[in-house]
Ligand binder design. Structure first.
Ligand code: KG4
Ligand code: ZN
Length: 381
């Protein structure tokens, strides 16, 4: 097998990232510049600001990734960049820079699907640990701010292929975490703070009805084999249920003062949040998280049984969630199903996963033409 140092670049959303990964299995450097502080005052990612921040950060971030790796622009074997899905303007910054570098250095350029990157974050971690045994089919849940997708993954030689067997019909799971945090005055991003606050509340206090999907997906109708089950998700209902709860229990005024007070603290600590949340709010947060975890774990394990999956991957920003990990580990063990997660820093967006996913394509000489462009809605096959 050919050894190769691949420089990966990721700019699909609100993280500007670059990393050098050796042969898909060893992280030599991994630099992530998060734009959270830029978007925080707006309670979510502002696409124009994201593009502008990527433009500012991309050159120093790449330079640092090379320096940390003891590499130079000339010494890396190939460049890899996220093609999509993501914000078009944000993706274009990474793609334009990667193209310019590849052209100037005369190096091969590999276009990577961001979702495939999240799946390869798990493989990268397992290879780093020396775990080379993997039983197929692999079922991968990619659960992040933009995606809640279930893929069956297969490997033939160096080529990976993916079959989508479920996705969200409306909000992604991470989006639900972010929207609920925003409406409770907890700021952005919502997942990490809801994760930390939930242990202080009673997860059984508020009952949310399970999400219901009544109609077949129009996009998939006719395409899917009738005999193949789909395992779709829906998270806009639970967000509305939290909003209703807030209205019925007249929590708006305390939420407004919490939002104001937290915005005035430059870097709020966990205690700053806890001291501004009453019992009712902590119980609501814990109950929301419990409902999300139960839905994600329940549907994923049902899909694993239906498709006879031998291995389960859980990846993407929401895979950093403590309760989600514990629940998956416990419930998958009852089904005798091994479950793998990336370490937390590789769960959220990073470029190491992009460089790792590029390695099989490097071996297969699957290089991108110089005229390829960003694909904001890119699917994974
Ligand atoms: O993978 P990622 O960094 O970006 C996308 O590709 O979307 O995921 C970011 C998402 C955000 O919605 C964030 O709230 C969520 O992941 N997230 C979490 C946690 N950490 C990040 N959600 C739940 N619990 C966490 N600990
Ligand atoms: Zn992502």
């Amino acid at each position: 097998m050919v050894a190769a140092n691949i420089l990966g670049i990721e700019s699909s959303c609100d993280e500007t990232a670059a990393a050098v990964v050796r042969s898909g299995k060893e992280i030599v450097s991994n630099v992530v510049f998060s734009q959270i502080a830029t978007h925080q005052p707006y309670g979510g990612v502002v696409p124009e600001l994201a593009s502008r921040q990527h433009l500012r950060a991309i050159v120093p971030v790449v330079r640092k990734a090379l320096a940390d790796a003891g590499q130079t622009y000339q010494s890396v074997d190939a460049l890899a960049v996220t093609q999509g899905p993501g914000l078009a303007g944000a993706l274009l910054v990474g793609i334009s820079y990667a193209k310019a570098l590849a052209f100037a250095l005369d190096k091969p350029l590999i276009a990577v699907n961001h979702l495939e990157g999240h799946i390869h974050a798990v493989l990268l971690e397992e290879r780093q640990k020396g775990n080379r045994e993997l039983n197929f089919p692999v079922l991968a849940l990619v659960v992040s701010g933009g995606h809640t997708h279930l893929y069956l993954a297969e490997q033939r030689g160096e080529t990976w292929s993916y079959q989508n067997i479920g996705h969200t019909r409306d909000d992604a799971a991470g989006e639900a975490f972010d929207k609920v945090a925003k409406l409770l005055g907890l700021g952005y991003p919502g997942g990490p703070i809801i994760d930390k606050l939930s242990v202080h509340g009673n997860p059984g206090a508020v009952k949310f009805p399970p999400s219901q999907i009544k109609h077949p997906d129009r996009k998939e109708k006719g395409k899917a084999d009738e005999h193949q089950s789909r395992f779709d998700f829906s998270y806009s209902g639970i967000k509305t249920a939290v909003l209703r709860y807030v209205e019925v229990h007249r929590m708006q005024d305390s939420i407004a003062s919490r939002r104001r007070e937290l915005l005035a603290i430059p870097r709020p600590k966990l205690d700053d949040y806890i001291s501004r949340c009453d019992r009712q709010t902590l119980d609501l947060v814990a109950s929301f998280q419990r409902a999300m975890v139960e839905d994600l774990v329940g549907k994923t394990l049902a899909a694993a049984r239906a498709y006879d999956a031998a291995t389960l991957f859980v990846t993407g920003g929401v895979a950093a969630n403590q309760e989600l990990r514990q629940r998956f580990e416990k419930d998958a063990a009852m089904d005798g199903l091994p479950v793998y997660f990336p370490p937390r820093p590789l769960s959220t967006d990073n470029a190491a996963m992009i460089a790792a996913a590029a390695y099989p394509k490097f071996l297969a000489h699957d290089f991108a033409p110089m005229d390829f462009s960003a694909e904001a809605g890119m699917g994974l096959k």
